[in-house]
Design a protein around this ligand. Structure first.
Ligand SMILES: Nc1ncnc2c1ncn2[C@@H]1O[C@H](COP(=O)(O)OP(=O)(O)OP(=O)(O)O)[C@@H](O)[C@H]1O
Length: 258
């Protein structure tokens, strides 16, 4: 629209601007967000179960921009986890496109997607996925090893991440010596240690009481601000949704009310 405007006469510009102020505001708003980090275009995902094909995602469009906190809500079975798996390059769509930065995940094989994932995407799942015999410090160290981060950077980065999630004093505790909320905060430190651009979190507060869930959300807000990261998470909790930059509602494999 902006390029079209620059070709029109002054009168045309005035009338278009008068008629479409909302669209201009929207265009300016999108420009301020910068280049999308992740683009999901007309994505469909079906699964073959026996002789039947189940259509789980039925045409999803979504753009994530840098430094956003985005939430997906929807009933159990609506397709949220299926979409998160596609966004994180764990799975590929049946139809449609997924670009992470300029990388076409929908065309790439698992090895190429895994490489990007290890370096530039972090995951947090409902169950904390911590190694039970390793301390908080060693759990975070593990993700730096996986990302091939130079060893000299480990200690300052691990310390900074555990500090960010408020667990400096617990860094030598093993998971069973920590509360559920503390374990989830270690999982966050582990997921962000390698400085991914995108953090995907599937129901990260589902197992936590409301106070611990609020702590985790506070940490997420700090991560977005301090680490230049975009977080996309699923949740059922309406109180949590208040802190989101945008909430997508999924019903039966499509977004509604956008
Ligand atoms: N690999 C698979 N094979 C067959 N069906 C699948 C597969 N993965 C997901 N499904 C089906 O897709 C639908 C959506 O599942 P999904 O896990 O994405 O939902 P969800 O919105 O994340 O639910 P919840 O909130 O309970 O986690 C479900 O009916 C599920 O059974």
């Amino acid at each position: 629209m902006l390029s079209w405007l620059s070709r029109g006469s002054a009168a045309e510009k005035e009338s278009v601007q008068a008629e479409e102020p909302a669209q201009d505001t929207e265009t300016a708003g999108l420009a301020a967000l910068g280049e999308p980090l992740l683009t999901v275009g007309n994505v469909e995902r079906s699964f073959d179960v026996g002789s039947q094909q189940i259509r789980v995602l039925k045409g999803i469009n979504l753009k994530l921009y840098p430094k956003q906190l985005i939430m997906l809500r929807g009933r159990s079975g609506s397709g949220k986890t299926t979409l998160m798996n596609l966004m994180g390059g764990l799975d590929t769509p049946t139809k449609g496109e997924i670009f992470f930065k300029d990388k076409p995940f929908h065309k790439w094989d698992d090895d190429k997607r895994t490489e990007v994932r290890r370096k530039d995407i972090g995951f947090i799942f409902q169950a904390y996925a911590l190694m039970p015999l390793l301390s908080a410090y060693e759990n975070v160290e593990l993700s730096l090893r996986m990302a091939n981060t130079p060893r000299a950077e480990w200690k300052p980065r691990i310390t900074a991440c555990l500090d960010l999630v408020g667990l400096s004093k617990r860094m030598h505790h093993r998971p069973f010596e920590l509360s559920g909320g503390e374990q989830q905060r270690v999982a966050i430190a582990k997921a962000i240690a390698h400085k991914p651009s995108l953090l995907l979190a599937d129901e990260p507060t589902a197992e936590l009481d409301s106070q611990m869930a609020a702590q985790v959300m506070q940490v997420f807000k700090e991560v977005v601000a301090a680490e230049n990261m975009t977080i996309c998470m699923t949740t059922h909790d309406p109180t949590i949704m208040e802190v989101a930059d945008h909430v997508y509602e999924m019903v039966d494999g499509v977004f509604v009310g956008q």
